[in-house]
Design a protein around this ligand. Sequence first.
Ligand code: HBI
Ligand code: FE
Length: 289
Amino acid sequence: MADDLSLIPPPGARADWTIDQGWERYSQAEHDVWITLYERQAKLLTGRACDPFLKGLDALDLHRAGIPDFSRINEELTRLTGWSVVAVPGLVPDAVFFDHLANRRFPAGQFIRRADQLDYLQEPDVFHDVFGHVPMLTDPTFADYMAAYGQGGLRALGLGQLHNLARLYWYTVEFGLLQTPAGLRIYGAGIVSSRAESIFALDDPSPNRLGFDLERVMRTPYRIDDFQQVYFVIPSLQALLDSTLADFGALYPRLEGQTDIPIDAITPSDKVFTRGTQAYAREQGAHAS
Ligand code: HBI
Ligand code: FE
């Protein structure tokens, strides 16, 4: 998370931390990185990503000529759901991030990873942000969820409760799975933008896959450094939106009195899709010094 002590934007950025995308300044090598990543993921995600994601990818025509020009995708995106993409230099402070979301603007990194960093990157770049996040924003229900999350984020900041809400973002927007008649499908941006996790999240026997429950998710820590040990499955995008329509003001005091649920635990009230072996996490732990 960005340093919230300072809300002052870096030199060259506007007061709301946005910058020009500068699309005409991308080099061919940068466009080629996008095309490489796009082709790899598009192939992999057929039958893995949920239909709203695949439909959004098509509707915005995200592959044409490399890194998309935000002004081009915004025409269609705004028409569909009232959202737009704005360019930012990298991570922005929480308050700035939530204010954009609440106003249906998605802050996207302007830069793209280097060709030698295709699989791992610390800060969100234009591929993670635009390929990963923006297709779902063409879905009216998900679009409403993201805006509601931004509003909830601003309230949570005021209440000092962001740690709980950040878990909701992580386990839905970034790493969420959707239950469909054809099986589990991915909608989380952190999964769809990663080749390895697109496979791991659905196919690996290691992680738990559990039914989404708002309070349960808010009590579950997450890892930012490796594949998830637990994925939460929503029954529908509408159910996700419905669970966040209420003000969380009453929920936070209740959470204060409860302990976190260990990341690999399954509780008696969990709906279990997969009881994971946790073999991958154990293996990684064994390798850590
Ligand atoms: N800034 N650019 C950017 N992208 C994010 O995803 C982001 C951020 N700042 C804060 C932030 N995320 C977190 O507050 C949320 O993930 C909870
Ligand atoms: Fe993200």
